[in-house]
Design a protein around this ligand. Structure first.
Ligand SMILES: Cc1cc2nc3c(=O)[nH]c(=O)nc-3n(C[C@H](O)[C@H](O)[C@H](O)COP(=O)(O)O)c2cc1C
Length: 174
């Protein structure tokens, strides 16, 4: 069983979280920067994929991340990822961008669904303070939102709980 961690970043925060997550998840591969990947063929050889995506294009319908993820969305949608477990974490700012909190997660989520992936790691919205997010499905975010700008004191506990959940939902992690 192998689980890959992939991130894209503009100011380094998503990379930092990817590194912290890797340390919490024995059995995960060292994080890779999507911007340095020539194609996504290695996704097919993995059992699980964890993706970190920040939101930069505030209010946009498409290409919400403003990072390398935007360039590979169509490619992800065209893959066959049946039987793969996929989890997403998103970086955003729930205070300054409270009407678009972590919007990019949902866009990535929709392309992985298109590819047939089995999505895990949804998170209840109750402990977050924000007005709107495109990444909500009912009461749940379609991944783990993190806010290193306004709520960095909560990141450790959010990350720890999520890592514990992934250990249950993704085979190969301990
Ligand atoms: C110009 C600008 C636009 C942003 N837009 C959003 C947004 O729409 N939604 C959100 O949740 N965060 C938004 N953010 C916050 C970033 O997503 C946040 O700082 C994130 O941690 C950056 O991650 P990175 O360092 O990996 O690029 C924005 C930040 C800036 C400076």
């Amino acid at each position: 069983m192998s689980v890959g961690i992939y991130f894209a970043t503009t100011t380094g925060k998503t990379e930092d979280i990817a590194d912290r997550l890797h340390k919490l998840l024995k059995g995960s591969n060292p994080p890779k920067d999507l911007a340095e990947l020539s194609d996504l063929s290695e996704f097919s050889s993995l059992d699980g994929i964890i993706c970190g995506i920040p939101t930069w294009n505030t209010g946009a319908d498409s290409e919400r991340s403003g990072t390398a993820w935007d360039e590979v969305l169509e490619e992800i949608g065209s893959l066959n990822l049946n039987n793969k477990k996929v989890a997403i974490f998103g970086l955003g700012d729930s205070s300054t961008y409270t009407e678009n909190f972590c919007d990019a997660m949902e866009e990535l989520h929709s392309y992985f669904i298109k590819a047939g992936a089995s999505m895990v790691g949804y998170v209840n919205k109750d402990t977050y303070t924000f007005d709107e997010s495109k990444s909500l499905i009912g009461n749940f975010f379609c991944g783990l939102p993190l806010d290193e700008d306004s709520e960095s004191d909560l990141t450790d506990s959010r990350l720890n709980s999520w890592a514990d959940e992934l250990k249950i939902e993704m085979p190969g992690l301990e």
